[in-house]
Ligand binder design. Structure first.
Ligand SMILES: O=c1ccn([C@@H]2O[C@H](COP(=O)(O)OP(=O)(O)O[C@H]3O[C@H](CO)[C@@H](O)[C@H](O)[C@H]3O)[C@@H](O)[C@H]2O)c(=O)[nH]1
Length: 468
C-alpha cells in the first residue's frame, strides 16, 4: 500500500491562537521541506477553530480533522472552543484544558481510520494525547511553542524551590545551573514556587502535563541553534527528553495569499504606507492574542505613548482606552480595536522601527526575524523569562520597569519608547537584532540551515531514514 511508505505526521495544537499559530507553521514547514513528496500531515482541531486552521493552511495538502469540543463543561460558556474567547483566561484555563480530555475517544477513533502514523506532535497542554500515542503505537513529540531557555529556568526554579523562602518580590536569586541569570518572585505566576497540595487543580494539571511530557519521545522548540546555544546544549546534556530546535517557525513559507496578488489593504497597512512615504518611523504596540491587562495599566500605556510623541500603531484586544485619547494623538497614532491583524506583515513593514511587546514567544520571534528591536513589557505566563532572554542574553530589547505596585507608569513608558525609537540604546539594539535576524533566516536555509537539518534528522529518526 502506497500510504505505508509515506511519512505521516499528526499534529494536534492546543486551542489558543498563540499555540495554534506556531504548530500550523510547523505543518507548513513539514510540507515545504524538500522531503515533501513523502510527507503527509493531518491536523486535529475543533469545529469552531477549523476556519482559522484552514485559513492558515490554505494552499497546502494538509488534512484537517475536526473533533467535537466537549459540551456542557461547567464554567465554560457554550460556543467557546478557543482560549481567546474565554471571559477570563487566568481563571478558566484549568477547566478549559481539563475538558479537552473528553475528546480522547473521538481522537482515537479517528486515528485508527488514518494511514499509519509515523509520529505525532501534540501540544504539551494536551497531556492525554500521549496515552493515545502509546495505545496506538506511535511516537509522540511534545510542543510548547516556547524557546529553550524559559522552560529550563522554570524547571530549575520549581525543582530547587528557589524562591520559596524569599519574601521580597524583587530580591534577585541566582539560578544554580546558569548563575549569571537572576530570577525574582515578581517574574513568576503567583505561587508557582510554593509547594502545593497535590489536590490543587492547577498544580494537578501541571503535574499531569509534566509527566506526559517526560514520557514523550522528544520536545520541539521554536528556536534555532545560534539563538540560544547555551540552553539548547544544556537541555541536550541534562535531559532524557531530546530537544529539537526547528525554528523560527514563522519563517516557514507564508500562506498562498501572502505570496499571490495583494488583497484589499487594511486601513492600518495603508496608514503605515503613508508614514513610510512621509519618512516617519512607527512603533508597533501589541500584547498578543489574548492578554488581560488592567484598565489602569492600559491608561498608563496610552498616556505614555501620548507623552513620547512617537508615531505608533496599537493593536488592542478587549480593553477600553480612556476618552479623548485618539483625538489628542491625532495623525500620530492609530488604534486598531479587537481586530485580527497580520502581525508579521506589520513587523516587516519598512516604517516599523520598534515593537512594544508583551513578550509572547511568537511575537518575539517575529520581531527578531523582521529585525525590529523590542521594548519588553511582559504581562503573564513565561513572558518575563522570554523578556530576560531578549534583554539580557540577546541584547535585542530594553525592558520597562514596573513601580512597586506592579504598574508601569506613563513616564517610564514614554522614556523607554523614546530611547528605543530615537536614542543611542535603540541604535545598539537595532544593530544586534539585525545580526540575529540574519542568523534566523540562515537557520531555515534549505540544505544548510541548522533548523532545516534538525528537521531532516528528526524525520529520519522517526521514519526509518526515508528520504536520505
Ligand atoms: O491580531 C493579531 C494578534 C496576534 N497575532 C499573532 O498571534 C500570535 C500571538 O502569539 P504570542 O505573541 O506568543 O502571544 P500569546 O497569544 O499571548 O501567546 C501565548 O502562547 C505563547 C507561546 O506558547 C506564549 O509565549 C505566551 O506567553 C502565551 O500568552 C503571534 O503569532 C501574532 O503574530 C496576529 O497575527 N494578529
Amino acid at each position: 500500500m502506497e500510504s505505508e511508505k509515506k511519512v505521516h505526521v499528526v499534529l494536534f495544537p492546543y486551542m489558543s491562537k498563540g499555540h495554534m499559530i506556531p504548530m500550523l507553521q510547523l505543518a507548513r514547514l513539514l510540507l515545504s521541506h524538500s522531503f515533501n513528496k513523502d510527507i503527509s500531515v493531518t491536523v486535529f482541531t475543533t469545529p469552531l477553530n477549523r476556519p482559522f486552521v484552514a485559513d492558515s493552511l490554505s494552499g497546502t495538502k494538509a488534512t484537517i480533522i475536526t473533533l467535537p469540543f466537549p459540551k456542557n463543561v461547567p464554567e465554560i460558556p457554550p460556543g467557546v472552543e478557543c482560549t481567546d474567547k474565554l471571559p477570563s483566561i487566568s481563571s478558566l484555563y484549568v477547566p478549559f484544558t481539563r475538558a479537552t480530555k473528553s475528546m480522547q475517544p473521538d481522537f482515537e477513533r479517528e486515528l485508527t481510520s488514518l494511514p499509519r502514523v509515523s509520529f505525532m506532535v501534540s501540544d504539551g497542554f494536551l497531556w492525554w494525547t500521549l496515552e493515545s500515542a502509546l495505545k496506538l503505537g506511535f511516537p509522540r513529540l511534545v510542543f510548547l511553542g516556547m524557546n529553550c531557555m524559559s522552560p529550563s529556568i522554570l524547571d530549575s526554579v520549581f525543582k530547587n524551590q528557589l524562591l520559596s523562602n524569599v519574601k521580597s518580590e524583587t530580591e534577585a536569586v541566582a539560578v544554580p545551573e546558569f548563575p549569571w541569570i537572576k530570577v525574582r518572585k515578581c517574574d513568576f505566576v503567583e505561587d508557582m514556587f510554593d509547594t502545593k497540595p497535590t489536590t490543587d487543580p492547577g498544580f494537578e494539571l501541571i503535574l499531569d502535563q509534566c509527566a506526559s511530557m517526560s514520557q514523550s519521545q522528544g520536545i520541539i522548540f521554536n528556536t534555532f541553534d545560534d539563538l540560544e546555544p547555551v540552553f539548547i546544549d544544556f537541555y541536550k546534556r541534562t535531559r532524557e527528553l531530546k530537544p529539537w530546535a526547528l525554528g523560527p517557525l514563522c519563517l516557514g513559507k507564508h500562506s498562498l495569499e501572502d505570496e499571490g496578488a495583494e488583497k484589499v489593504k487594511s486601513v492600518w497597512m495603508k496608514w503605515l504606507d503613508e508614514k513610510r512615504d512621509k519618512g516617519c518611523y512607527v512603533l508597533y504596540v501589541a500584547f498578543g492574542s489574548q492578554s488581560e491587562i488592567s484598565r489602569e495599566q492600559v491608561e498608563e500605556i496610552a498616556l505614555g505613548l501620548e507623552e513620547s510623541k512617537v508615531n505608533f500603531l496599537w493593536v488592542v484586544k478587549g480593553s477600553e482606552i480612556g476618552k479623548g485619547f485618539e483625538e489628542r494623538v491625532g495623525e500620530r497614532g492609530m488604534v486598531v480595536k479587537d481586530e485580527w491583524v497580520d502581525q508579521r506583515k506589520i513587523l516587516e513593514h519598512e516604517s516599523v522601527r520598534g515593537f512594544l511587546s508583551h513578550c509572547g514567544w511568537n511575537s518575539l520571534m517575529e520581531s527578531i526575524c523582521a529585525e525590529v528591536p523590542i521594548l519588553a513589557f511582559p504581562v503573564a505566563a513565561e513572558q518575563p523569562l522570554n523578556a530576560m532572554l531578549v534583554v539580557e542574553e540577546l541584547r535585542v530589547a530594553e525592558r520597562v520597569a514596573a513601580a512597586s505596585d506592579g504598574v508601569v507608569r506613563r513616564g517610564e513608558v514614554a522614556e523607554k519608547v523614546k530611547e528605543l525609537m530615537e536614542g543611542e540604546k535603540g541604535k545598539e539594539l537595532r544593530r544586534n537584532v539585525e545580526v540575529y535576524g540574519k542568523k534566523a533566516k540562515k537557520a531555515l536555509e534549505e540544505g544548510v540551515g541548522s533548523s532545516w537539518k534538525n528537521l531532516k534528522n528528526l524525520i529520519n529518526e522517526f521514519c526509518n531514514n526515508i528520504g536520505t
